[in-house]
Write a new protein. Structure first.
Length: 385
């Protein structure tokens, strides 16, 4: 049985020094894993004020963190575009660097890390999507699967960011469930303090004041399943407009062609990357949000919507039910008619505006996440001695 870890410590050993593997970091493009790093590490420093936390990362990663005021950051000569060198750095350079720095715990923050290590190693697994859905080239996918499996099986502990992901780790990777610990993420990034005015957002994205906005923030990747929303749009009233924000990838071209074929291209805004103030302004004017994913490890966009009181339609998969409770309007992720019905229900939803923020605030925080991770550190130290 997978253990859910609360913030209450049950062990006495506290790490003196934790080395954090962020050798995957490419600032501005690392999406959810970058949010995890930037939110969790400050919370860990608050939770364990007498523990030193050193971040081992790429050259670009180090430059970005240092520019943002981070200290105790150590660069390794490997960047995200240099896949072979970066993977070698994770497998070999990271544990060596951690030992040289004097760390008594190593923590890899994003799915991949070293195999056997002399210092106890904790691995956070966000999802195992590449094990079920093809999102990479076959050769890259095969290497990734081997590295993830080896790292998880040899880690002193695996942190899974949801119960659904934890069960997947046990079933897919064959990891002893006693070494898998569920520690929920916090609610993504906090709302931007100065959102762009609604009028500015409408002009920027070509939206009229009469149009009702359904928004989605996600990379343009097949498992994010924007396709079902484009197909559903043809079944929704003419005043409903779909705004898709996120890093642009090849799947975007397929979606553009589909929108033209269905005659809804004028009602889809392929907005690409948008700065935080514009995204916050878009949340403010959205009539509802949608998360149609075929698979997720956690579902931060669900919490970002609910935390702002934005009604939500999302795919009926276990992890989104776990994170969203009974607030989202669910639909079968391959069914455009069901998706259109869920969006229609979300557009008429008044409950979420009152109950969504309370749901998120009462169950998810980065401080609680840090407390759960800190307990895992203490447990691996106890069992390693």
């Amino acid at each position: 049985m997978i253990a859910r870890r609360s913030g209450a410590a049950r062990a006495v050993a506290t790490p003196r020094h934790v080395a954090l593997n962020a050798l995957w970091l490419d600032p501005g493009r690392s999406a959810g894993t970058e949010t995890y790093l930037r939110a969790l590490v400050p919370a860990l420093r608050r939770t364990l004020p007498n523990t030193r936390f050193s971040v081992v990362t790429t050259r670009r990663g180090a430059a970005g963190l240092i520019a943002d005021g981070w200290s105790d950051v150590h660069a390794v000569a490997a960047d995200e575009g240099q896949r072979a060198r970066r993977m070698l750095a994770e497998l070999v350079r990271f544990p060596r660097t951690g030992e040289q720095l004097g760390a008594d715990v190593l923590h890899s923050l994003a799915n991949t890390g070293p195999g056997a290590t002399r210092v106890p190693h904790v691995l956070t697994i966000h999802d195992l999507i590449p094990f079920r859905i093809h999102t990479l080239r076959r050769s890259s996918e095969a290497v990734l699967k081997r590295v993830v499996t080896r790292s998880a099986r040899h880690a002193a502990a695996v942190v899974a960011i949801s119960d659904a992901t934890g069960k997947d780790v046990v079933a897919t990777l064959g990891v002893d469930p006693e070494r898998v610990h569920t520690v929920h993420n916090g609610p993504g990034r906090p709302p931007h303090a100065q959102p762009a005015p609604a009028g500015v957002v409408r002009v920027r994205l070509g939206l009229s004041s009469a149009e009702r906005v359904v928004m989605l923030v996600a990379a343009f990747r097949r498992h994010k399943n924007q396709e079902v929303l484009v197909r559903a749009l043809a079944l929704l009233p003419e005043d409903v407009v779909l705004v898709l924000c996120g890093p642009e990838e090849p799947y975007l071209d397929e979606l553009r062609r589909l929108a033209l074929q269905l005659g809804v291209a004028a009602r889809v805004r392929f907005a690409g990357y948008q700065p935080d103030d514009v995204l916050e302004g878009l949340w403010g004017l959205a009539a509802c949000a949608a998360v149609p994913s075929l698979a997720e490890g956690f579902g931060v966009p669900v919490l970002e919507a609910l935390g702002r009181g934005v009604p939500l339609a999302c795919s009926d998969i276990a992890v989104l039910r776990e994170v969203g409770g009974d607030l989202p309007h669910l639909f079968a992720p391959h069914d455009p008619t069901a998706a259109a019905a869920a969006v229609t229900a979300a557009l008429a939803d008044r409950r979420t505006r009152d109950e969504g923020p309370a749901w998120v605030a009462g169950r998810f925080s980065w401080d609680a996440c840090a407390q759960g991770v800190a307990e895992v550190y203490k447990r691996v130290l106890c069992t390693s001695h």
